[in-house]
Design a protein around this ligand. Sequence first.
Ligand code: TNX
Length: 504
Amino acid sequence: KETKIPVLSFGKTDLTAESIIPKPLETESTNQGFSLDKHTTISISEKTDDLIGLVGFLSEKIKSKTNLDISLADPEIFQKGTIIYIEKTNDLELKGEEAYELNINQDSLILSSSHASGLFRGLQTVRQIIPEKSNDTITTYKTWPIPTGKIKDKPQFEYRGFMLDVSRHFFSVEDVKKHIDLLAYYKYNYLHLHLSDDQGWRIEIKSWPLLTKVGGSTEVGGGSSGFYTQEDYVDIVNYAAKHHITIIPEIDMPGHTNAASVSYPKLNGNGKTPELYTGTRVGMSTLDTRKDEVYTFIDDVVKEISAITPGPYFHIGGDESHVTKKVDYNYFVEKVEKIVQQHGKQMIGWDEIATANISSSSISQFWRSKENVLLAVEKNMKIILSPAKKAYLDMKYDKESKYGLTWAGEIPVDTAYIWTPENYEEIPTKNILGIEAPLWSETITNLNELQYLAFPRAIGYAELGWSKRENRDWEDYKKRLANQTAFLNRMNVKYYPSSQIKWQ
Ligand code: TNX
C-alpha cells in the first residue's frame, strides 16, 4: 500500500512579502511552505476544455521556470505528493468573473474562481510566487517552496488595456504573441491594436484589397512593411483569448486616413492627391464625410473586421481630425456609431468623439482633453483613462531615453506609477471603465525597442488598473518591481533599466 510523502518543513515564510504585481486585494500568511517538486500533481474540479487548457498553461509555465514535469493527475490514482487543485465554484466571497481565491497549505494549493478568467488571473499569481531558484538542501530532491496562506483578489477596474500602434511601424504576429505573454503575466485583459493610420493600413479587407496592397506597403521612415491577413488576425485573436485577453481593433477615422485614401483616392476629403506618407506629422488627412461611398466603405471594413473579432468593442479612432470641419466630423461620428452598432459592436473613440450626438453605450478614451471627457460624462458614457502626460508609453523616460517623443513630457517610472485613476480629473469613478497605456510607434521599429518603452512602465499601469488605492504605494511597488528582473531576463525582455529602481 502506498503512503503519502510527509510534508517538508521549511523555515518561516511570509506570503505577504512576495513581490506580486499587481498587488492582490487581501493577503494573509500562515508562515509555512508548500513544496512544489517532482511529486506534485494537478487536479481539477471538472474535466472541461477550459480547465484542461488552464492545466496545460500552468504545466508549461512550471516547466519553463523549474524544469519540473507536472501534469494532470488521474483522480483514480493515489497521489502521494503535494496537490495543486484548480476549482470552479460559485461559493466564493468575492464576486466577479476575474475574482479568485488562493488557499495555500503545506500539502495543497487550491485555486478557486467562478470563471475560467478568474482562474487564469489566479494562475499568474501562482507563477509569481514560485521561487526562481530551487532549494536543494532540505531533501534529496529539488523543491520550490511556496509560502502558505490565503489570497483573495479581484480587479478594481474591469478594463486594463494596452494599445500597440502597428501602423507607424509594423509588428509581426510573433512579436505580438510575445507581447501578449508578458501582458497576461501582469493580468492585462485588453489589447487594442491601432491598425490604420496615415502611414499604413495593416489589416486585410477582402472587399477592398488595395488597402493592404497599396496602403500597407510602407511605414514611418520608408521601406517595406507589412500587414495582417485575416488569418493572421484570427491567429492573434485566438492566442490572446487563450490568455484571457480581448483584442480591440481600431480603424482610425475620419482623420489619420492617408493610407486608405492613397489606396482608394475616391475616399479622400482633403482636396489633395494622396501620396504614400512616411513622415510623422498628424492631422493632414480626412475621409470625405459627405460621400455615400465612404460609408459603404466603412460598412464593409467594420463588417469584415467585426466578423472575426469576438470581443464587444470596435474602436473608430476619431482623434486629431484637424482638416475635417467640426459639423462634418460630428455628422461622421454619428453615422459611424450606427454602423458599428449594426455590426453588433460597441463603439470606442478617442476623447474628441464626445462632441457628436452619440449614445451612452459608446466609450470615450481620455488622452488629452478634460473638456471632451466631461462632455462624455454628461452623456453618461464610460471612460477609458489614457492621459498622455501619465500613461503614454511612447514618451521618453528621461534625457537618457533612446526612443520616444516628448510632446506630453518625459515620463519616468515613478511618474507613470504615482497618480490616481480613481476620480481622475473629477471624472466620477463610476464612469471609469479602466485604464489603458498606449504605445505609439513612430520611434520604434522592432520588438526590443517596443519593450524598451513598454517595460517597466507597463507593469505599473497593470497595478494601477487592478489594485485598489490603499494597496498602492511607490516605495513598496519599487521593491516588487526590482524583483521582476529574473522573470524579465528569463523572457528576454529588453526593459529600460531605469536608475530609479534597484534592479535585483
Ligand atoms: C497623438 S494620441 C496621436 C497619435 C500619435 C501620438 C504620438 C492620439 C489619439 N493621437 O496619432 O501617434 O500623439 O504621441
